[in-house]
Design a protein around this ligand. Structure first.
Ligand code: ADP
Ligand code: MG
Length: 259
């Protein structure tokens, strides 16, 4: 973070002009949580809303990469001492630990207290300005770091989106995420089933690789809304890897529509 040290700030100050605050949760890494977080933000931005993303996954920050912002840097306003978000595609404001690390491959090997402090700073000292929607990407699991963020934002979070893949093994993990959300008094907006299926480009057939409708069954059993499924799509993956998630979602195809 360039410039002078950020000034201490209060959470209420930082988020007072943010209308809707959402958080994505998954009990497990690699299921597409960052993809869903970033897609929610892009979806709102495409509809003309003012959007911010807080990439709270300090150990595996991927939001900047998905939007092609890996080389950006966070600045601290010299007058106010507050952190200025990076402005990405569609005017989306992004704050991520990635912007404060010297290189793409730098690992964050901080211990929990340091991580928790960094997260609290990110939450309380950012100058978001007026936003319609803030989407927060939590680290996977229900451990210390996700707890710190969720608790720091407590009372201010309007809903959680739970991301899973459709395996029966995910059931317990999803139930844990729902429990986590409820214990922190965050309303569960619903469950997204990522990697729900794969449509073969050669024969047009749809394959349910992990099992059909498991995510839906889990959501129903837990009494929370099912928000829908996102297919496995190699083209989508290529767009993500090259930092063009927003371009993919502007396309007229089945995956983009599902997202
Ligand atoms: P998480 O944040 O849960 O760890 P990510 O959103 O980073 O997971 O996704 C993990 C990897 O899987 C990424 O490289 C992403 O490009 C890929 N991926 C996730 N969902 C899909 C999908 N529906 N189709 C293609 N690739 C996907
Ligand atoms: Mg992630």
């Amino acid at each position: 973070i360039r410039g002078q040290a950020a000034a201490p700030g209060s959470l209420a100050d930082s988020l007072k002009d943010v209308k809707l605050k959402l958080v994505t949760i998954s009990g497990k890494g690699g299921v597409g949580k960052s993809l869903v977080t970033t897609s929610i933000a892009v979806g709102f931005a495409m509809r003309g809303y003012r959007v911010g993303i807080l990439d709270g996954d300090v150990y595996g920050p991927t939001v900047p990469k998905m939007l092609g912002l890996s080389d950006s840097t966070l600045y601290v306003d010299q007058k106010t001492g507050r952190i200025i978000p990076v402005v990405g595609p569609l005017g989306i404001k992004v704050v991520s630990i990635e912007f404060a690390l010297p290189g793409d491959d730098t690992a964050v090997i901080w211990r929990a207290p340091l991580v928790n402090q960094a997260l609290r700073d990110f939450i309380s000292q950012v100058e978001w300005g007026p936003l319609d929607v803030l989407v927060v990407d939590l680290p996977p699991g229900t451990g210390d770091a996700p707890l710190t963020i969720a608790q720091s934002l407590q009372g201010g979070l309007d809903g959680s989106v739970i991301v899973t893949i459709p395996t029966e093994i995910s059931r317990r993990i999803v139930l844990k995420s729902i429990d986590f959300s409820r214990k922190l008094n965050i309303k569960v907006a619903g469950v997204v089933e990522n990697m729900c299926c794969f449509k073969c480009p050669d024969n047009g057939k749809v394959y349910y690789i992990f099992g059909k409708d498991a995510g839906k069954r889990i959501a129903e059993a837990a009494g929370v809304p099912f928000l829908g499924g996102i297919p496995i799509d190699p083209e989508f993956s290529q767009y993500l890897d090259s930092g063009r998630l927003h371009e993919f979602l502007g396309k007229d195809n089945e995956t983009a529509k599902a997202v």
